[in-house]
Write a protein that binds this ligand. Structure first.
Ligand SMILES: Cc1cc2nc3c(=O)[nH]c(=O)nc-3n(C[C@H](O)[C@H](O)[C@H](O)COP(=O)(O)O)c2cc1C
Ligand SMILES: C=C(O[C@@H]1CC(C(=O)O)=C[C@@H](OP(=O)(O)O)[C@H]1O)C(=O)O
Length: 402
């Protein structure tokens, strides 16, 4: 499978395509809309999420509620477009339309029109302006913005439907820490917990952590600051054998790590016990292979997070992404104004305080896309029925041996 997105944060729409999905995956506009609504949830978001409506249209690859095998194309319109049609116009606009004080006198319009020449430390602004030889940061932030993740989540919804309908694989995501506050052990969320996780403002099943996470986000906001955290994705029902040990770029752990790291503001990724495993002796770090009560091979633990040798080992896949605190800090950081060359404080417009709750949903979508791709590699097939037959024959053989 291959996927791409396009579109600017304040442009008319985002678009995304997903190529390689077989025919017969049941999805509707509602499937995608639900996933996008989940991405908008979450404590710590800024003003935009309260009015952004994510108007979805399936433009190709789906007919009468099922995929056709053709590339899937999705459009997500931006609710705010009418306010941005001059600043973000694809075609030339008269120069006077962009004069800072030529509009209605509305302060927000003035802010929209002003050239963004004070790059934010931690955002893509400075590196993007220099790399693309741009006089201001507008074109950079428009595409660097995590608004683009709406398009990825739309595709992730298709990937999740495929995974579930071909192989019974289901994913959940939750927040395991906000700033220095961590959720307690508790049980690992299962697919049945999805509604409870959606209902939590900070996407956790731990009620005590929920309170501490909300307080930590409130404290950051009151201090004119931002706060990050860690999200975890668990994929249940993944058969042994997705990914491979034979080629570096096809290793499942490498692909999942790359996919999670590609999410804006993710700066660390773990598979299974990840960094903690580096501190353990080998005798305690691995998952011993034993015969279960039914005589089948099983594991005594899941430190590996369901992947050994770049290949799924049949245990739940557990991956984690660490989100840095958002870089548009209300208490703005020092920078240099590239228009004047003088010292300045970084540009600041409305911004989120914490992104880890939607971050978990985005990480789930990224993991789903990678797993769908890996399942496609293994099961193949131009239709869901063919993929199921192939998978079933493979799993019969696995059962014979394990
Ligand atoms: C869901 C989500 C929401 C985000 N919201 C903001 C925001 O409101 N303001 C901001 O400066 N950065 C926000 N970010 C992070 C920036 O997009 C990101 O830091 C920037 O693109 C630079 O990329 P990098 O941090 O990966 O290096 C958000 C990230 C995610 C995942
Ligand atoms: C719009 C979304 O997230 C945006 C991500 C983002 C950034 O810099 O990454 C900055 C903010 O955009 P704006 O400046 O328009 O308020 C967030 O709202 C979204 O997730 O749908």
């Amino acid at each position: 499978m291959r996927w791409l997105t396009a579109g600017e944060s304040h442009g008319p729409a985002l678009v995304a395509t997903l190529d390689g999905v077989p025919s017969g995956v049941r999805i509707t506009t509602e499937t995608v809309r639900d996933a996008l609504a989940r991405r908008r949830l979450g404590y710590g978001r800024g003003a935009r999420q309260s009015f952004e409506r994510d108007e979805v249209r399936l433009l190709g690859g789906v007919r009468h509620g099922a995929t056709t095998g053709a590339p899937i194309a999705v459009e997500i319109a931006n609710a705010e477009w009418p306010k941005w049609d001059v600043v973000m116009s694809a075609d030339p606009v008269p120069p006077e339309a962009l004069l800072v004080d030529a509009g209605t006198g509305d302060e927000r319009e003035v802010a929209r029109n002003r050239a963004l020449t004070r790059p934010r430390p931690g955002h893509a602004d400075l590196a993007g302006m220099l790399s693309y030889d741009l006089a201001e940061a507008r074109p950079v932030l428009e595409r660097a913005s995590a608004r683009e993740t709406a398009a990825r989540v739309a595709l992730g919804a298709v990937a999740e439907a495929y995974l579930q309908q071909v192989a019974g694989i289901r994913l959940v995501s939750h927040v395991v820490s906000v700033g220095a506050e961590r959720a307690g052990g508790g049980h690992a969320p299962r697919p049945e917990d999805a509604a409870a996780l959606d209902a939590s403002p900070v996407r956790t099943l731990d009620p005590l952590a929920e309170r501490r996470f909300v307080e930590a986000i409130d404290a950051a906001r009151r201090a004119g600051d931002t706060i990050g955290g860690v999200a975890e994705v668990i994929a249940w029902g993944v058969p042994v054998g997705l990914g491979t040990h034979v080629q570096a770029d096809r290793r499942l752990d490498a692909r999942l790590a790359g996919a999670l790291m590609s999410i804006q503001s993710v700066k660390g990724v773990e598979v299974g016990d990840g960094f903690a495993q580096a501190a353990l002796p080998g005798s305690r770090a691995h998952d011993e292979i034993v015969r279960g009560p039914d005589g089948r091979l099983t594991r005594t633990s899941n430190h590996a997070g369901g992947i050994e040798g770049g290949t799924s080992d049949g245990e739940p896949i557990v991956v984690r992404a660490a989100f840095k605190p958002i870089s548009t800090v209300p208490r703005a950081l020092r920078t240099v104004d590239l228009a004047t060359g003088g010292d300045a404080t970084a540009l600041h417009q409305r911004s989120d305080t914490c992104q880890v709750v939607p971050g978990a949903v985005i990480a789930q979508a990224e993991a789903a896309l990678v797993l769908a791709d890996a399942l496609g590699d293994h099961a193949g097939g131009n239709s869901v029925a063919e993929a199921r037959r192939n998978l079933s024959a493979y799993l019969d053989r696995v059962r014979e041996r394990a």
